[in-house]
Design a protein around this ligand. Structure first.
Ligand code: GLU
Length: 281
């Protein structure tokens, strides 16, 4: 079977070396295998995403010498599809509305807790009519996944991590994750798994920072009857002080590196030195 990989950046800033590592890894894997390489713009968050960053992503990838197959998929053009996926999960009894503010969640968790602490379940037992009343009153709400019920329905989960083989995927520690945000009727987890499925992605190549989210994606794939792709999470690039590169680090953007006279060969060389030969991560 021929492989299909993808690069799926969010246009919230300029691409940096870390993005280049992800983009090149997927591209090499696809091209070396005679497969397909897709580009998807993950722009559901209209407050943080900007069209000029999408334009810059396309320019930067072209400068790096990367080409992709077919049209670019723009997530914000597909909100009705995400709504349909939510409806399907709701029909399985797996979603509930959550009216909590961030402050309420923090207070319920009790300080100090990491940002990623699982939701403490405040709205889980609200009951249909109380929830319906609050929705009628116009209270903003997110939709959360009933994690325990979802896991029971899905059964034992595994996925193939390239270089490691089949590994267990346990989403339980992540708790009742948000699948539709208060401000956006969708979420990263929902859209990324939906789109990997509809685009026929067989190998997800991305940074190790997203590895912790993979069990949720495998869970959603199983619940929705979508194929489970293989995963290849690559090491993250760090700055000289060992900190992870972020969009705020302007010095590491591809535009600035290009403006400073670096060539695409230099960029590939830096990435290879830091995380190993790009295709064999
Ligand atoms: N859109 C995500 C990001 O820019 C990446 C999604 C993925 O590769 O799964 O961090």
């Amino acid at each position: 079977m021929s492989i299909v990989t993808r690069f799926a950046p969010s246009p919230t800033g300029y691409l940096h070396l870390g993005h280049a590592a992800s983009a090149l890894t997927g591209w090499r894997r696809a091209r070396e295998a005679g497969g397909r390489y897709l580009l998807r713009i993950e722009d559901i968050d209209a407050t943080r995403c900007r069209p000029e960053y999408t334009t810059a992503i396309v320019e930067d990838l072209a400068w790096l010498g990367l080409d992709w197959d077919g049209d670019i998929r723009i997530q914000s053009d597909h909100m009705a599809e995400y709504r349909a996926a939510l409806d399907a999960l709701d029909a399985m009894g797996l979603l509930y509305p959550c009216f909590c503010t961030r402050a309420e969640i923090t207070a319920a968790l009790g300080a100090p807790h990491g940002y990623d602490a699982p939701y403490p379940g405040i709205c889980r037992h609200l009951g249909r009519s109380a929830s319906a009343d609050r929705i009628t009153q116009g209270d903003p709400f997110a939709l959360r996944l009933r994690m325990d019920v979802a896991i029971r329905q899905a059964g034992v989960l595994r996925c193939h991590e390239v270089g490691e083989g089949w590994i267990a995927a346990d989403p339980a520690p992540l708790g009742d994750v948000v699948l539709a945000r208060k401000d956006i009727p969708a979420s990263y987890h929902l859209c990324v798994t939906h789109d990997d499925a509809v685009q026929g992605v067989t190998l997800v190549t991305r940074g190790a920072d997203l590895r912790a989210a993979t069990p949720i994606h495998v869970l959603l794939q199983r619940l929705m009857g979508w194929p489970v792709p293989a995963y290849a999470h690559h090491a993250l690039l760090t700055d000289p002080a060992g900190r992870r590169l972020a969009k705020r680090d302007r010095a590491a953007t591809l535009r600035d590196l290009r403006a400073s006279g670096m060539t695409q060969a230099d960029i590939k060389q830096i990435i290879s030195c830091r995380i190993g030969r790009i295709a064999s991560l």
